[in-house]
Design a binder for this molecule. Structure first.
Ligand SMILES: [Zn+2]
Ligand SMILES: [Zn+2]
Length: 253
């Protein structure tokens, strides 16, 4: 049968298979990024042009049976194109290129997603801010264990933040005291030793009250919904580190 006889025709394009998207990871000054590009660009351009220009095609047909003198009749031929696109990047690209009207819900969802991506999230592990798309393995440097007091016979356990707060408090007290009553060299020496008494159980590094927050672990930043109290709980109750502290204690008895 001759397809031309039909006034309506429809063609379905599967853009995921016909065009396809190439993903490549790259390093830039902004950190690691994912670059997306179309694979079959020529096919894409061809389909895009078809989609934009040929949905209604007017043609003139000669109708010899017509009794009127007006022999030429305009026949509107509807040519429908249906696009099947699963890849979000391809979908956005195509909608933008053909100025396709999208539903309000779709637009709102996309805007919300962009807002979320631009919103810095605070990581409870390293206290730094990050963007969701930059949260890759290795970007978060932190300690994942509690702190112990190496000068106490029970190796008293401290939370990371509590230990730092304690060091800062002692430092402030020492300054206050020395302003009225200068410290003797022995007192100063003792104070310096005391400053070094808190160690991270994960790596035995000395806890510093100030300066850059470092760490012995490199991982991903904590997700937006994780609270500091949850993270500290995890550090305080890590089974391996509990055992490590007990072992340390036993070697000292
Ligand atoms: Zn550590
Ligand atoms: Zn982090």
């Amino acid at each position: 049968m001759n397809a031309q006889r039909y006034r309506r025709s429809m063609i379905v394009y599967d853009l995921d298979s016909l065009v396809g998207v190439n993903r490549s990871e790259g390093n830039s000054s902004m950190g690691r990024s994912t670059n997306l590009s179309l694979i079959n660009h020529n096919v894409y351009t061809y389909i895009k042009d078809k989609f934009q220009s040929a949905y209604i095609q007017s043609s003139t047909s000669n109708n010899n049976n017509d009794e009127n003198d007006n022999k030429d009749a305009i026949v509107n031929e509807e040519k429908w194109s249906v696009m099947v696109i699963r890849d979000p990047f391809l979908l956005r690209q195509f909608c933008d290129d053909v100025a396709f009207t999208r539903s309000i819900r779709e637009i709102e969802e996309e805007e919300a997603e962009i807002r979320r991506a631009d919103q810095p999230v605070r990581c409870v592990q390293c206290s730094d801010y990050y963007l969701v798309q930059d949260n890759k393995m290795g970007v978060c440097v932190h300690h994942d264990g509690f702190v112990y007091d190496n000068h106490s016979i029970t190796l008293a356990q401290w939370g990371q933040h509590a230990a730092i707060a304690q060091l800062l408090k002692e430092e402030a007290e020492a300054i206050k005291q020395s302003s009225t009553n200068p410290l003797t060299p022995e007192q100063k020496e003792r104070l310096e030793r005391e400053k070094q008494r808190f160690k991270y159980i994960c790596c035995n590094q000395t806890v510093q009250a100030s300066g850059m927050v470092g760490g012995c672990k490199r991982g991903k930043h904590s997700l937006a919904d994780v609270k500091l109290i949850q993270w500290e709980y995890e550090c305080d109750h890590n089974r391996d580190y509990q055992d490590k502290r007990l072992n340390l204690l036993q070697t000292r008895i």
